[in-house]
Design a protein around this ligand. Structure first.
Ligand code: PMP
Length: 619
């Protein structure tokens, strides 16, 4: 136990002497508030909601309700909790409180989180290093040996970023006990770990500071809410020097809501742990497969999967940097950590939802470039499995409203603006989940979107064409398809056509007030004429020929088949004719033409609002 700690020996004298800024809301937060030059008329928003109507007031500078909820959750007193704009703010404030620029040092244990060093350097504070052992454990003797009279703070990270392992709690305690300055234990990932938080040591060690965050296990990185737990005296220094209203009212509200329901966080953590096991087992299978079946394009092997107690895995690949870049070109972003000590050739892979995790493996298999039977074998051995419907709903925030043929229409489409036109009886959005033994497809769309899209079918040229539908049709469109591409492209293209047709048909709803017909005019040398009638009577006329068998990875004989599948399931008459000297242009003109006609046909016309545009009274 550290008994000899005297805080005033460690806090910079100017901070001790500082008279803190006192803000208007320090003393009064209720009454007729004419003390803070706020706008008494309320926020200049058209329709203030319960969340926004008080936003003309400055927030509570100390987020008392939130801190008290955090204290209850973490088993400390409310005056032992500081809330910051991310734990990055807490790191920055720690250096300001304890380190004299151009004089004092901090000590870090590489490989570790980079912000300790960056924050110190911003303040012109030197950084000493006591590397972790090669097995990534804390080298207590070396860490203590690196301490000198100007060492003020030791930063330890457990579970550690980027390696994912925890540091032994007894080893940490030895450092806390033997160093008379400040020891910070960053527990950003603690909820994913089997190890207990060290917050119970706070009552024994007045020099201990624990950092936590809502960015990881609570899934709230966007609100920027970090936490420091420490003695009430240290917390008072945080509060003395922080910007007066460092946490905005919206973030505080959302954070409070989350902290009061920790069981939701625990459920998400459980799901991520299952996903981590899923990803890890597939990486292990790939590791074995690469030995029997070397990649034809990249001389790579998986050399190590670092045991993780966090929501990421660190994996050592030969050629890690080349793999990271190739994955990024396919839209899958992982972090290269090969420049960190003990982490040569590593990629840090965050654990995503099942669709994202599968997308990682699909892209990785493409990057590794197996063909023919080898590719088929890899696919079979990896055994990528779709998420259960419940999981994917949870991941995307969708709610199901009805079911047909394993498909569902969604009322609540995450990230998609709902149409504002009050004439529209229901939102023109759809969600289709379609599974067969050949393909697994998820489509989300919003006819009244702006063209946002996220499309991944495993066929790059097909993706590029489907993007045209989103962009030129102003349709928000997410398509994710995992298909049996090791056999060929047929099922993927056909089934995306079917599912997209179904999704469009659902989103059309009863077609009241829409234009119904669409057509486009020729475009430059690539002339595509596309005519559409949302008639309810499926029909395709497709008049064009291709001189090449493939454009990119898309077989040209599948183009007509795609439009056929789409027209049948969209229940529309679709007529396309195209000519161009170049097949790429020809196909692109067909997709863009389709997008434009679709945009015209689904357009709401206020002059026929509420009417079915057919003399039959139904379409
Ligand atoms: N500590 C560690 C170990 C981290 O990995 C991160 C973010 N990656 C942070 C702190 C910062 O988190 P926050 O979002 O709370 O600023």
């Amino acid at each position: 136990m550290n008994k000899s700690f005297n805080l005033s020996d460690w806090v910079r004298p100017n901070i001790q002497e500082l008279s803190a800024y006192t803000s208007a809301r320090d003393q009064y937060s209720q009454g007729v508030l004419l003390d803070a030059n706020e706008l008494g008329l309320g926020p200049a928003l058209s329709q203030p909601t319960s969340h926004t109507k008080q936003l003309h007031r400055y927030p509570d500078p100390y987020q008392r309700a939130l801190r008290s909820a955090i204290a209850d959750l973490r088993g400390v007193d409310a005056d032992q909790v500081f809330t910051g704009n991310g734990s990055d703010e807490a790191i920055d404030l720690l250096i300001r409180i304890f380190c004299e620029p151009a004089k004092h040092h901090i000590l870090v244990t590489p490989p570790t989180y980079g912000m300790y060093k960056v924050s110190a350097r911003i303040h012109n504070v030197s950084v000493d290093e006591a590397p972790l052992n090669s097995d990534l454990s804390l080298d207590v003797d070396q860490t203590l040996a690196k301490i000198h009279p100007d060492t003020r703070i030791i930063f330890l990270c457990s579970p550690n970023n980027p390696t994912g392992n925890t540091l032994d709690s007894k080893a940490i305690e030895q450092v806390v006990e033997q160093f008379s300055g400040i020891v910070v234990v960053d527990e950003a990932y603690i909820d994913f770990s089997e190890q207990q938080s060290l917050s119970h040591l706070l009552s024994s060690y007045p020099n201990l500071v624990i950092l936590q965050t809502l960015s990881k296990s609570f899934g709230l990185a966007g609100i920027r809410l970090g936490i420091a737990l420490a003695s009430a005296e240290i917390i008072a220094y945080f509060d003395k020097i922080k910007p007066p209203y460092n946490i905005n009212a919206l973030s505080a509200q959302v954070a409070l809501e989350a902290v009061l329901q920790p069981e939701l966080m625990q459920q998400k953590v459980q799901q991520i742990l299952e996903e981590r096991a899923y990803v890890q087992s597939r990486i292990e299978r790939l590791q074995a497969l690469l030995i029997q079946n070397p990649s034809p394009v990249l001389a790579t092997h998986i050399q190590k999967i670092y045991p993780s107690e966090a929501n990421f895995l660190l994996v050592r690949f030969e050629q890690a940097l080349a793999i990271q870049k190739a994955l990024a070109e396919k839209g899958v972003i992982v972090r290269y950590r090969g420049n960190e000590l003990h982490c040569a050739d590593t990629l840090r892979i965050s654990i995503g939802n099942r669709m994202e995790n599968n997308a990682f493996f699909e892209s990785l298999i493409e990057v590794l470039g197996w063909d023919g039977p080898a590719r088929k074998e890899i696919w079979e051995q990896l055994d990528l499995q779709k998420a259960s419907v419940a999981d994917s709903e949870q991941a995307s925030g969708f709610e199901q409203t009805s079911n047909s043929e394993q498909a569902s229409v969604s009322e609540q489409v995450s990230g998609f603006e709902q149409p504002s036109d009050s004439e529209q009886s229901s939102p023109r959005t759809a969600r289709i989940e379609r599974q067969t033994s050949e393909t697994s497809i998820l489509i989300e769309l919003n006819l009244d979107g702006t063209g946002q899209h996220n499309i991944s079918t495993g066929l790059a040229f097909f993706d590029h064409m489907l993007e045209q539908i989103a962009r030129h049709g102003l349709i928000d469109l997410n398509i994710s398809c995992t298909g049996d591409l090791h056999i060929d492209e047929h099922h993927t293209i056909e089934d995306v056509g079917i599912a997209l047709g179904q999704a469009l048909s659902m989103a059309f709803g009863d077609k009241r007030g829409i234009e119904r017909y669409g057509f486009v005019l020729p475009m430059d040398e690539a002339q595509a004429t596309v005519a559409l009638d949302l008639s309810g009577r499926p029909y395709l006329v497709f008049e064009t020929e291709f001189s090449r068998n493939y454009v990119g990875d898309l077989p040209t004989d599948m183009i007509e088949h795609f439009f056929y599948s789409l027209a049948m399931h969209m229940k529309a008459t679709l007529q396309i004719s195209a000519r161009a000297s170049n097949d790429h242009h020809k196909i692109e003109a067909c997709f863009k033409g389709l997008a434009r006609t679709l945009k015209q046909a689904v357009e709401h016309n206020p002059r026929i609002a509420g009417q079915i545009p057919s003399s039959k009274g139904q379409l």
